[in-house]
Design a binder for this molecule. Sequence first.
Ligand code: NDP
Ligand code: 2IT
Length: 438
Amino acid sequence: MADLQRRFPNEPEYLQAVEEVLTSIEDVYNEHPEFERYNLVERLCIPDRIFAFRVSWVDDKGKVQNNMGYRIQHNNAIGPYKGGIRFHASVNLSILKFLAFEQTFKNSLTTLAMGGAKGGSDFSPRGKSDMEVMRFCQAFIAELWRQIGPDTDVPAGDIGVGAREVGYMYGMYKKMARENTGTFTGKGLEFGGSLIRPEATGYGNVYFLLNMLATRGIDIKGKRVAISGSGNVATYTAKKLLELGAKVITMSDSDGCIYVPDGLTEEQLDYIFRLKNFYRGRISEFAEEYGCEYVSRGTPWCYPCDIAMPSATQNELNGDDARTLLANGCIAVSEGANMPSTPEAIKEFIAARILYAPGKAANAGGVSVSGLEMAQNAQKITWTADEVDQKLRGIMAEIHHECEVFGKEEDGYINYVKGANTAGFMKVATAMMAQGIL
Ligand code: NDP
Ligand code: 2IT
């Protein structure tokens, strides 16, 4: 850790993600002296390669704009590089390196053959016209297309990258590469996308939560759930929760948070979905429409809830938030976002022995169905929604089982952080050992 801190002092998110994994795999690492001899951990922490490039595009006023573009190919020991693309003003190397590092362990947990990667740009689609977004996506891929392919590196969506952006990027990729093999997941259904991929991260998180609750014999029905975010992950998490009779009491965006103490109705959730996906509006507009509480700059963690599902961004839930949630009786936290809880918050949850699932386990449903999309593309077939949903449920149950096997502590508590990190690490480490120094 000290060595990485010295070499990458300006990358706090990356160092945070690495430290969490390294501290929780200590026991199993010490059982394998050969890892030390082959300097395996350092090879696993430092990405295989990083592409960084300028993306120049023309806005609607005819002005030339320049953004940075990146792709981090972190590790391909168990399969082709795989991971999303993030478009957000905050994107930098530290954030993408943490996401690519996390993705490697997450993908290892999915049971499918995928390595880890992440990419993105400091371009923000917010406030841009469709044509501006298209021109940006084309310029981004004009540079990146050489580095990706169906068996080398398969990108997908993340913050700021949904069906629209994937469509534009895939279109440009296809034109440049002159092939139709489905390099990109989260594509439209008409051109190789998989049923249930849009729903997969949110649904998968709820399936994981159900597995956790089952270990304590707790029913989801009637439980009050605080969700942050109102994007892809948040809305499909809410949809599945409503289906199961739980109450979704909060949603948010980067401007503020709404609070609906009796829980959102299906009609209200549908309004949010349309507001965010078609009108690209703000969550404050929901509060105006339905007259509910809205706190500008607020987050969901101050409201009494049984379950918290942070589904917006990294480090959005800190130690104080965790203590408030616990004081209000929260019994479970299942992360839709990547690394939403700070290290201090995680310590609080584990010390309180509540059910706590880190993102790399709980949100792995998204990339799992991406893996299923790749499998369908390779065979040139499509599975039904029910087939994909059944496979997703099976994968989430298997990830939960792995966490249980590797994370159970002496008092019977399942430490999902330790379980997910150890299970994810061992598979990648074993594959790297077998393949030599590369
Ligand atoms: P979206 O762009 O669809 O939605 C993101 C949501 O989070 C929006 O409501 C956005 O608000 C909010 N948000 C983004 N940045 C911030 C911020 N800095 N502070 C507060 N709120 C913020 O993205 P997704 O739903 O796809 O992604 C959400 C999280 O889930 C991310 O952490 C992502 O890495 C993770 N994830 C996504 C997967 C997927 O399949 N899409 C798979 C696994 C994990 P606003 O509209 O104001 O920006
Ligand atoms: O963080 C993630 O797992 C994603 N954004 C989804 C990645 C993917 O390749 O589907």
